[in-house]
Write a protein that binds this ligand. Structure first.
Ligand SMILES: O=C(O)CCC(=O)C(=O)O
Ligand SMILES: [Fe+2]
Length: 315
């Protein structure tokens, strides 16, 4: 059996109640077991993904001094460029072997949130880069909305429970470049073991080897998606809200074997965040005698802030 199960969003979107319920059950089971699922039938077509890759390669190929013009101080790396080695996993000293870019929310019809979020950074050299980022952001956000609807049903909540929290949410699209490895890395890896901060993560580009997840026996297993699949996992915000009923699984990106050091890895996670005001307080339905409340009440905004400091992106 594949360590990470596959599901098809078309089943959830169909009018057939049996298929719909089957999707909910399989997704819920996957998130209670391994915390990851590979999903096809999402809203990104092949041409869009191809264009995204070509544009992000163009961006990371720009000279370092140009890329660094887009590294904005004082915003915790929440928009624009974050240079190589800057981010480290929670509790780790060594920086990860990666550089990345952040596209943030395109707020519509909400002046308060527009003022709250940092503005998206526009790359002057590459007009298409900005356009494709926005398009991919919207398509992943739409995909995530239906995945969260399925999870709401699984949690015995109203299917639209998350809709208002994710509308204009503080989500982030992060194209990552892991450059070729030139010198023997001492302790550093491409991405050290971590859990994601947000509600759910949708990852484009998990086809190649590299991504590994820790299963419930504590073993690292490869998480490899088919070319038409997104890898989708639960983040810490959702596991907190559900009192760990849904698992935020620890994962990492390992360095390739020496004969492949010369190759770059590109991947593009979309971190689905709610608005900062969302209360992550443990859901009543996830507390009982066998599962006492495990977390203090906190808002999504306060939780994010804590974690950005721990990642070395904010002080
Ligand atoms: O590059 C990958 O495949 C995963 C990256 C990741 O886990 C993250 O950025 O949170
Ligand atoms: Fe991650």
């Amino acid at each position: 059996m594949k360590p990470v199960p596959s599901v098809d969003l078309n089943d959830f979107l169909s009018d057939d109640p049996i298929k719909k319920q089957d999707f909910v059950d399989r997704l819920g089971k996957a998130y209670q077991d391994i915390g990851f699922v590979a999903l096809k039938g999402h809203f990104l077509d092949d041409a869009l993904v191809e264009k995204l890759y070509s544009e992000i390669k163009n961006f990371f190929d720009l000279p370092t001094e140009i890329k660094q013009r887009y590294e904005i101080p004082g915003i915790g790396g929440q928009r624009g460029y974050v240079s190589f080695g800057k981010e480290s996993a929670k509790g780790k000293k060594e920086g990860d072997l990666k550089e990345f870019w952040h596209f943030g929310q395109y707020v519509e019809g909400d002046a308060k949130l527009e003022a709250e979020y940092p503005k998206n950074v526009i790359v002057k050299e590459l007009p298409e880069f900005n356009a494709v980022g926005k398009e991919v952001f919207k398509m992943l956000e739409k995909t995530a909305k239906y995945v969260l609807r399925a999870l709401a049903i699984h949690l015995n909540l109203k299917d639209t429970y998350f809709d208002d929290y994710i509308l204009n949410g503080n989500s982030i699209l992060r194209p990552i470049h892991y450059p070729p490895i030139v010198n023997e890395p001492k302790e550093a890896v491409r991405a050290a073991a971590h859990g994601d901060i947000n509600l759910i993560t949708l990852l484009i580009g998990a086809q190649g080897k590299g991504l590994q997840v820790k299963n419930n026996k504590g073993e690292w297993v490869d998480a490899i998606a088919a070319p038409d699949e997104l890898m989708i996992n639960v983040g810490d915000m959702l596991s907190r809200h559900t009192n760990n009923k849904l698992k935020s699984t620890i994962h990492r990106v390992v360095n390739p074997p020496k004969d492949l050091w010369g190759t770059s890895r590109y991947s593009v996670p979309f971190f689905m965040h709610p608005v900062s005001d969302m209360k992550l307080d443990v859901l009543e339905g996830c507390i009982d005698e066998a599962h006492p409340k495990q977390y203090e009440n906190i808002t999504a905004g306060a939780f994010l802030n804590e974690r950005l400091i721990e990642l070395g992106l904010k002080n």
